[in-house]
Ligand binder design. Structure first.
Ligand code: SIN
Length: 231
């Protein structure tokens, strides 16, 4: 399924929006990288990676959780910062190569959408960008979960690119590096929870909460965000 954004880009150039690892691990070729945001999506760890992409015994036991942009429904409200990321402009003669690369890198059940991107400095736009998102019709899609259970899962999980907690903490750092307002409260809250679990673990087993990998789905993003407030 694809939705059309405004078309201000010329027909032979290609713009990609990155909201996860694409922020700190860019595509192999681009000639512009612009911080900014898209509207109408939330950044969430709503998608487990399929077991076939895991290698180590730890990864098989605890497959990692992939970040997606999901579309909020019902009573959900976006808060500033949640659609923040970067847009990359790919030169026309590199588009095919970059798309092939992304097809492999973003293979885990993502759906392609096209959405208007707003540069943070207001210099241009909106620009029509391609974005890899998660949709509820994908088998891998989990939807909202209890944030503490999710933090426990992320802390103990590993995927094809390494530890899931490194992914989360890299994302937090990358978002902080984009602009003073680009932090995402959901990502900051999860990162704080993971750091707390790590600190408890460092003190020894007596201080460690039992790992729960049973995700309690909560019924809406509003309800989830109620449970996300730091304790
Ligand atoms: C993205 O970065 O835009 C997609 C999710 C990811 O690969 O981390």
């Amino acid at each position: 399924m694809a939705t059309n954004g405004d078309k201000t880009a010329s027909s032979d150039e290609f713009w990609l929006f990155g909201y996860g690892s694409l922020i700190w691990k860019p595509p192999p070729h681009f000639d512009q990288r612009i911080p900014g945001w898209v509207n109408g999506y939330v950044r969430r760890f709503w998608q487990p990676r399929p077991p076939r992409h895991t290698r180590s015994p730890r990864a098989r036991r605890h497959p990692d959780r992939a970040l997606v942009l999901g579309q909020p429904g019902g009573r959900a409200r976006l808060r500033p910062g949640q659609g923040v990321g970067v847009a990359y402009r790919i030169e026309a003669d590199r588009v095919a190569e970059v798309k092939d690369y992304l097809d492999i890198r973003e293979i885990n059940g993502y759906t392609i959408h096209y959405t208007p991107f707003h540069p943070a400095d207001g210099s241009a736009g909106p620009i029509r960008t391609l974005v890899y998102i998660g949709t509820p019709d994908n088998d891998q899609f989990t939807g909202p979960q209890d944030p503490q259970a999710l933090a426990e899962h992320i802390y103990r999980s590993e995927g094809p690119s390494g530890l899931n907690r490194d992914y989360l903490l890299s994302l937090e750092k990358a978002l902080d590096g984009l602009s003073p307002e680009s932090g995402d409260t959901h990502i900051t809250d999860l990162s704080n929870r993971v750091r707390e679990i790590q600190a408890s673990d460092a003190k020894g087993p007596a201080h460690t909460e039992p790992a729960s990998h049973e995700f309690r789905k909560v019924s809406s993003i509003d309800e989830q965000e109620e449970t996300e407030k730091p304790q």
